[in-house]
Design a protein around this ligand. Structure first.
Ligand SMILES: Nc1nc2c(c(=O)[nH]1)N[C@@H](CN(C=O)c1ccc(C(=O)N[C@@H](CCC(=O)O)C(=O)O)cc1)CN2
Length: 297
């Protein structure tokens, strides 16, 4: 029997725990966790994600601010805003929504965010800490951290001895995902567009993470029977109900679900975990700023 991993339910559980942690921090120290989300331009999907982040932050009892900037905002103005947020003691987490318009160097903006407020976990300091296993003081990128929670809950066991294949090598998902799996003692292979015989490699995976950005690329006969399949892809295709677009992952869900032991759907799998883990990182940041031992999620 295949288990459909309910990312919405796990995310709701994480958010409930974040809320309790925030209440405890406020009661003990008076410090209210604060998050600032910055969006540049009018990408419709980004606007939806940013609105959800604001809503969840309020649900968690956070102080939450949003800076919505026009698409012609200059790089130097964005740097100046990030520096202002770095210096604001009421803000513990800063997130600049990606993608940014082409005239802005996203790498430069990410490295401008203070590492101890980088709740996205994209700053070199946090990347380095994850790579060296310094997880007590790191921020881990939200999508891989959320995927890892889903894997741990689905398997309910130590990952030692399991083969994990991560398809995709982005800085935001593929590479941090591989590091998290490695830290959890899985044997990890990162596959990409130049990998030979990708179907055979995927078939060797006890844990298969798809983060490649290609709709329904991973087919059922690439999946080892009983494997745990985590689909990070969010692809919008024409042809949904009422002329709307339809959301699909990087995995061909129908055929993969026939083989997998457990699988995340799209939507309702990894996506909701991204925002839940952002809330978790923000409350952790506030605990650290208040000199308190931070909770784990
Ligand atoms: N600064 C960042 N930018 C971006 C990140 C990020 O982690 N940090 N990730 C993505 C977008 N993203 C959050 O920002 C995100 C994507 C998807 C979801 C989600 O809940 N998806 C739902 C479907 C929602 C829909 O209809 O689109 C699901 O999968 O069930 C949340 C957050 C890029 N930018």
């Amino acid at each position: 029997m295949t288990t459909v991993i309910d990312g919405k339910a796990v995310a709701a559980d994480v958010v409930a725990k974040v809320r309790v942690a925030a209440e405890q921090l406020i009661a003990k120290t008076g410090v209210v966790p604060g998050i600032a989300v910055v969006i540049v331009g009018h990408d419709p999907a980004s606007q939806v994600y940013v609105a959800s982040k604001g809503k969840k932050a309020k649900e968690c009892g956070f102080h939450s601010i949003e800076h919505a900037l026009s698409s012609d905002t200059s790089e130097s103005d964005l740097v100046a805003l990030v520096e202002k947020l770095n210096a604001d003691p009421a803000i513990h987490g800063i997130l600049v929504q990606l993608p940014l318009p082409n005239h802005i160097d996203a790498g430069k903006i990410i490295q401008t965010i203070a590492a101890d407020k980088d709740v996205d976990g994209f700053h070199f300091t946090n990347v380095g800490k994850l790579g060296t296993g310094e997880l007590d003081t790191a921020f881990v990128p939200c999508t891989p951290a959320g995927s890892m929670l889903l894997i741990e809950r689905a398997l309910g066991r130590d990952l030692s001895g399991l083969n994990a294949v991560v398809v995709g090598r982005s800085n935001i998902v593929g590479k941090p995902m591989a590091n998290l799996l490695l830290n959890a003692n899985a044997t990890v292979t990162v596959a990409h567009s130049r990998t030979k015989d990708l179907p055979a490699l995927c078939r060797s995976a006890d844990i298969l993470v798809a983060a490649v950005g290609r709709p329904e690329m991973i087919k059922g006969d690439w999946v080892k029977p009983g494997a745990t399949v985590i689909d990070v892809g969010i692809n919008r295709l024409d042809g949904g109900a009422n002329g709307k677009s339809k959301l699909v992952g990087d995995v061909d869900y129908a055929s993969a679900a026939e083989q997998a032991g457990a699988i995340t759907p799209v939507p309702g799998g990894v996506g909701p975990m991204t925002i839940a883990l952002l809330m978790a990182n923000t409350v952790v940041s506030a605990f650290r700023a208040a000199g308190q031992a931070a909770p784990r999620f």
